[in-house]
Write a protein that binds this ligand. Structure first.
Ligand SMILES: [Fe+2]
Length: 170
């Protein structure tokens, strides 16, 4: 089986011992891997806009995107390690991130500032839905540590959406 599919059971050497039901834990770690890929992709996209922004709102949006990118970057290691603690595996490469993420790449040579805000707002709304899905799987598995971490990330994601939305009103 390709290591780039959405379903990838951990090899025996990486099956961290736990009291979780194996099947339920697998649902959680698979969902976590997809989420980690989404966050990585959104991190790169937010940095892309941080780097390629132009126009009269350069300073405030350049700083806003950087703040949001830092927040996303901080999520990656925590989410990846949750998957390992629960007995699963996580993203292995840029190719793997590309195969798993549901956040679309943005390769446009120029994006107007207001379009950057709108695209990031839509992507963060997508991410927010995926956070809820993983939360549901974690709740079912009784994985309290994952649900508690995801609750903080839901709040941060809703904050990013709020800031992006308000910045679009100017
Ligand atoms: Fe920078």
């Amino acid at each position: 089986m390709s290591t780039l599919t959405k379903e990838f059971p951990a090899p025996a050497e990486l099956a961290t011992p736990s009291n979780f039901d194996k099947n339920e834990a697998h649902q959680v770690t698979t969902a976590l891997a997809g989420l980690t890929a989404d966050v990585f992709a959104l991190y790169v996209k937010t940095k892309n806009f941080h780097w390629h922004l132009s126009g009269p709102r350069f300073r405030d949006l350049h700083l806003l995107f950087d703040e949001q990118a830092d927040q996303l970057f901080a999520m990656i290691d925590v989410l990846a390690e949750r998957a390992r603690k629960v007995g699963g595996t996580t993203i292995r490469s840029i190719g793997h991130i590309g195969a798993l993420t549901r956040i679309e790449d943005d390769n446009d040579a120029f994006v107007a500032a207001e379009d950057m805000l709108a695209r990031l707002e839509a992507d963060n709304l997508t991410l927010e839905r995926h956070l809820r899905e993983v939360h549901e799987a974690a709740e079912k598995a009784g994985d309290k540590a994952t649900t508690s971490i995801l609750e903080v990330y839901l709040d941060e994601t809703q904050r990013r959406i709020w800031f992006l939305y308000e910045a679009r009103q100017q």
